[in-house]
Design a protein around this ligand. Sequence first.
Ligand code: HEC
Ligand code: HEC
Length: 613
Amino acid sequence: MRLRFLIGVFLLSDQFASALANDAIRVSDPNRAAYRAPCDVVYISGLLLVANSKTGTISILDAESGACFSEWKVAESLAALEQCGRWLLALDPETHQMIVIGLDTERRTLDVMQRVTLPRYPQNLAVDAASGQVAVASLWSRTVTFCTLSDAGRLMIRTRTSMPFAPGRLLFTSSDRLVVADNFGGEICLLQSDSGQIRRTVEIDGHNIRGLAVNPKTSSLMVTCQTLDSRSFSTYEHVFWGVLMQNGLHSIPLVRLDAADDHHDSDSESLKTTETATYGAASATRETGKSVGVQSQYPLGTPSIGSGDPGAMVVTSNDATLVVISGTNQLAFRTASHLPFERLKTGRRPEAICLDEREEVAFVVNRFEDSMTVISLTGETPEVIGTFSLGPIRKLTTAEEGERLFYDATVSLDGWYSCHSCHTDGHTNGQLADTFGDETKGAPKKVTSLLGTADTAPWAWNGSRESLEDQVRTSLIISMQTQLSTEQLPIEPLAAFLRALPPAPSVLESAEQLAAAPTLMLAHQEFVRSGCSSCHAGNAYTTPDSVDVGLMDETGSTHFNPPSLRGVSQRGPWFHDGRATTLREVLHSGHHAPESPLTPEQVSLLEVLLKSL
Ligand code: HEC
Ligand code: HEC
């Protein structure tokens, strides 16, 4: 009896395994109209493997002719694709899985070998080919997972690291060092890859880090990011000269990044100096204890060539650097580190780039055009030699049109930045900006997260915008200094896109660490008893009036609209000016119960609640 039962289980699991192994489904017609939104590309033996984010498919193209051989459904959605040995690794942020895929280069077919569940919202992945190590950044659960992939294609999870921020881009700088960048703000962590331990956290003078690479010639880490000066205003002049927002390529010597604690270093004087190569319009360098020290900033934008949203990059072995400028549909290149950057035109929103094995051709993936731009590197300077299509695009919804515009820096004056430059991926870059949302100068406000914004009327910190459309119009005219005429303003699609953004999942829910139901209930009761729900009410935990809670801005304004508390744990620092760096500080600020300060027990309970919403 017992034996029969066991055999049954084996048979079952065997069937299950084979069902999984074959579940890369060949899409019957790779030329059907769809909206693929490609996000990543890998070159293997004359083939291009392209990950399509919205369809969860991988397209296989001939790298020479651009012919699309086939398309394979491997996931609900895809966020990243890498090669590791004989295998392809892909991330599905919807099912929270890494997918190990076998590629038959002769028959040009794909096989799913294994699906491994990871910490929630896996978004980016890095591979160290030499050691077979794989690292994955899971965004909202703020985790980096270290894995090893065997030659036979079995993935094993080794260790996990909790990050102090929502991790985005990552890169192995050697087999025992992993660099992990904040997806929204400007922090970078250096991790020891055997133990997963964080060796060091540094803050670069910027945010929105979208590209990491090592320049072998200078042995430095190169970082593409943006730098927002919160003491500047969004006026024509300040945007025009790149004073408000600079787009840059930063470079940090690897030895400096790896240096032990700065503060005990006899060199600490020189570590504090920042060499900034600028065109007169230098943005200020933030002085923090975590300052990375010797770091050069190369501005990619110059007046009339804004270069909004620099992204992925590659450095060739003969010192050429190629950087996609995602917001302005360009590729910036220089043929040697000491030369200035020049431009080439790509398709709409270039986001990923790879080289062929001889570094003679570069392939750029255009996310919002379902295409690739092909660039030859064999001539005196790089030149565009063709465009590969991934298939026809179906008719887009209004919200999808809005998404394209949200990420489009050409909407702003001279292409300096997009909505996404401040509201990174619809969330917040965590910075302050003076965009006159409150019609005053000199009182910069924390960039609001737009995730879940549909339910948070009225808009702006002081609640002065009754409709989302009204707020978007102001954002276009003032924040973006758009040069579009009033009739051309794309208000409707942008508002439709914003309405479709769900709230950010809470820190505890993402990390699968929600408190037990009775504790959550107690916390909720405390929230009501402490009077929080009189201002933070309903499903979105907000109310329409603007109230004085004892916090004044630089111009003397005291009335603010209670922010929604949905996803609040993901968007520090808090309050209109970011004065609270922890949720505990918010609760200790006294404004919420001035007569009777909260007891430590109440604070703990409320903190649990805020981290769960
Ligand atoms: C330079 C940075 C910056 C850019 C670029 C920017 N914003 Fe904002 N945005 C802000 C800041 C700061 C606030 C808060 C302003 C205030 O309330 O005083 C804000 C507020 C908003 C709000 C109100 C949210 C709420 O919950 O109250 C919306 C909606 C918005 N922005 C949409 C957009 C759109 C759409 C774009 C692009 C067309 C855009 N923003 C571009 C900085 C920016
Ligand atoms: C009288 C209305 C009122 C009450 C009561 C109230 N709040 Fe607030 N809350 C606000 C306002 C207004 C702000 C924004 C203030 C600012 O930024 O200057 C705010 C901000 C916050 C923030 C920061 C949100 C962000 O995005 O920066 C949190 C968290 C918060 N409140 C939680 C609570 C909790 C917990 C309680 C109960 C202990 C509470 N609030 C009670 C009005 C209120």
